[in-house]
Every structure is written in C-alpha cells, then in structure tokens.
Design a protein. Structure first.
Length: 378
C-alpha cells in the first residue's frame, strides 16, 4: 500500500483528473463542448495534479485564468466549476506546502497579475470582480498557511515527546541503578542492626556461661568475630556504593510507623486516611521496610502532584500476601506521566525484589492509584 509522498501524488493525480473530467462534462451539458474547452479543462486538471509543486502549478493556473479573463464572456470554460475548484486547490497547496517567503511572494505576484488583467480587459477600470478574484486567491492560501502551521506545531510536539521519551529511556537504567544502590544501603542498615544485636548477645552469653567454659568461649568468640567481620564488610560495601561514612545502625521504619508518616502528609495538605484489614503476620525487616517505602513514595507523589486532595491507604493482610493500595483524588495537580518517574521505578524495584508486583496509573475519576502485592509467610 502506498504511503507518504507517493500516496499524496496519486491522490492529487486522481483529483486533477476528476477536475478536468468534471469541467468537460459541464461543458457538454451546456452544449459548449470544444477542443479549446477540453484543452483548458485538462490544463486546470494538470495544475491540480501537480499542486504540491506550488510554483509550476500556480503558474499554469494563472496562465489559464488570464486567458479566460482576456476572452471575457466568450471564455471556453466560463460558467463551469473547474476554474474555481482549481483555484481553491492550487492556492491552498501554495499556502500548505510551499515555504513561507516563497509562497507569500508567489501570492503577491498572482494578485498583481489577476488585478492587472481585470483592469486591462473587459472595459478596464476598477470593479468588484477584481476584489472577488483576490479573495478567491487569498482565502484558500490563508487556510493552507493555517494548516501548515498547525501541522508544524504537531510535528514539533511529536519530536519533543519523542525526545522526552528517549531521555526517559536513557534515565531509567540510571535511576534503577541509583535505586538499587539506595536499597543496598537500607538493607545494610537492617542487617547491620540485627548483626549488632547478635554480637552483643553472644558477648553477654560468653560472660555468663559456667560449663565447658573454654570451648563455649571459643565458639562464642568465633560468632563475635564473624559478626564484627560482617559489619566491617558491609561498611566496606557501603563505601563502594558512594557513602563516605557508615550510616547509623538504628532500625529502619516499617508499617507500624505509618501513623507518623500520615501525620506528616496531613500537614503537607493531603487529607490521608489509613484502613487496615486482616491480622498482621510477622515479616522480615526488609519486607517491612519495603512496604513502608511503597506507601511513603505514593504519598510523596500525591503531595507533589495532587495536594490539596485526599488519599486513602489500604493495608490488607491476606493468608499469603500483603496488599497495599494508595489512592489519591487527583486534586488540582497536573503533569504526572503514566509511565512514572524515578520514585515509581524505585517502588517496582523494591516490590520485585521480594517477589511481588506493583501497578500504578490514573483512575477514571481523575486520581492516581498505586497497588502492590507482596508475598508473605512461607
């Protein structure tokens, strides 16, 4: 199937033949069919067929129009629709397809030629016919310029959108890598806290054991040494991730900290409500942190794009999975792309890491919803 310029050329050829054939048929219906009429009709059709090559088409049409004006009432195709249709199509194409400076100069030349012809034929002098002819040239030309400008703007927007899409594609791997680094640092915090407790408990046990002291002491020293080595290795890895100083070993937040998070969201202008369903089951610190971060990032996006608005948080504990749902009402926020930014990429990374899935998108009511399903237990 033909596409692009070839398809346009074929359509213009068909249009030109239709104009020529219509002119000849009209002449026959008016009992004015002649060789001259057929030739003029064909010339108008040719001008229409090559109208995207603006200058030759305009030149050919102008010659035909001037001949008709010179012939006056005896014009061979006067009274048919061919000249009017040809003028509209050719001068529309002049405005729509020719460069602005070239098309403007060509239009001015055409107006001068048509006006001069009107003033020098049929008795001469000013007449309303000259104004009508000028309007007949200028109107389709102006419409063509409008369509050209609109198409140029659309192409510019498409190019800008494509460039933005390429930029997002280039940024996505970097964002994912940065998020993995941040996740690694947070996992370090969780594990480091647990290992620190293990080291302290093992050291305390060593101090109170009263049977087989030498062997127990050696075993506990090994545990203590292994824990210290693990902490040192994790700190080394943290340095490779770009952190100059080890971070504090305090426990990271979890779902139990959601009330404090919600209080901060309310202060930022987001009317937030928490709904909990089911009996909570024990989860690992890493999964607890993951669930907290999903809710935190969803609220951050809602504050950024929707506040002042409303957000509903649902935490549903099921037998084998944890369901998180954050729905905001949309507010007056604009500009949130369906594809998501770095924060949504990070959320998906976190949830996928625990074997879960994350979905997000606009709702029919104009809000935005983030939904995560994370396996628990087993």
């Amino acid at each position: 199937m033909l596409k692009g310029p070839k398809r346009a050329a074929v359509l213009d050829a068909i249009l030109g033949m239709a104009v020529a054939a219509g002119t000849v048929i009209q002449l026959d219906a008016l009992d004015r069919a002649s060789v001259d009429g057929v030739v003029v009709g064909v010339l108008i059709g040719v001008a229409v067929a090559c109208r995207r090559a603006a200058l030759p088409a305009v030149g050919l049409l102008l010659v035909t129009m001037i001949v008709q004006a010179v012939l006056g009432d005896t014009g061979v195709v006067r009274g048919t629709g061919g000249p009017a249709i040809g003028t509209i199509l050719v001068f529309y194409a002049l405005g729509a397809h020719a460069p602005e400076r070239v098309s403007a100069r060509t239009l001015v030349l055409a107006l001068v030629m048509v006006g001069a012809t009107r003033l020098t034929t049929g008795g001469g002098g000013p007449s309303t016919a000259a104004a009508v002819d000028a309007l007949g040239l200028f109107t389709p030309y102006l419409f063509g310029r409008f369509v050209r400008g609109r198409n140029a703007h659309a192409r510019s927007e498409e190019a800008r959108a494509a460039a933005a899409g390429r930029q997002r594609e280039r940024a996505a791997p970097r964002a994912a890598a940065a998020e993995r680094a941040r996740i690694a640092r947070e996992l370090h915090d969780v594990i480091a806290h647990s290992v620190s407790v293990m080291v302290i408990q093992a050291g305390g046990a060593r101090l109170v054991l009263d049977t087989d002291v030498d062997r127990a002491e050696a075993s506990l020293r090994a545990v203590e040494q292994a824990g210290n080595e693990a902490l040192a290795e994790m700190r080394r890895l943290l340095g490779l991730l770009g952190e100059d100083e080890p971070r504090a070993l305090a426990p990271q937040p979890g779902l139990n900290d959601l009330p404090a998070l919600i209080a901060g969201a309310r202060k930022a202008g987001l009317d937030t409500t928490l709904w909990t369903d089911g009996d909570a089951c024990p989860v690992s610190p890493a999964l607890d942190l993951c669930a907290y971060r999903v809710v935190q990032e969803a609220l951050t996006n809602a504050i950024k794009y929707a506040a002042p608005a409303r957000a509903d948080i649902s935490v549903r504990w099921r037998t084998d999975q944890l369901e998180l749902d954050v729905l905001d009402s949309g507010g007056n926020g604009t500009g949130r792309a369906p594809g998501g930014g770095h924060g949504l990429i990070g959320m998906r990374e976190r949830v996928t890491m625990h074997g879960g899935t994350l979905e997000h998108g606009h709702t029919a009511a104009g809000g935005f919803e983030v939904r995560a399903l994370i396996p628990v237990g087993g």
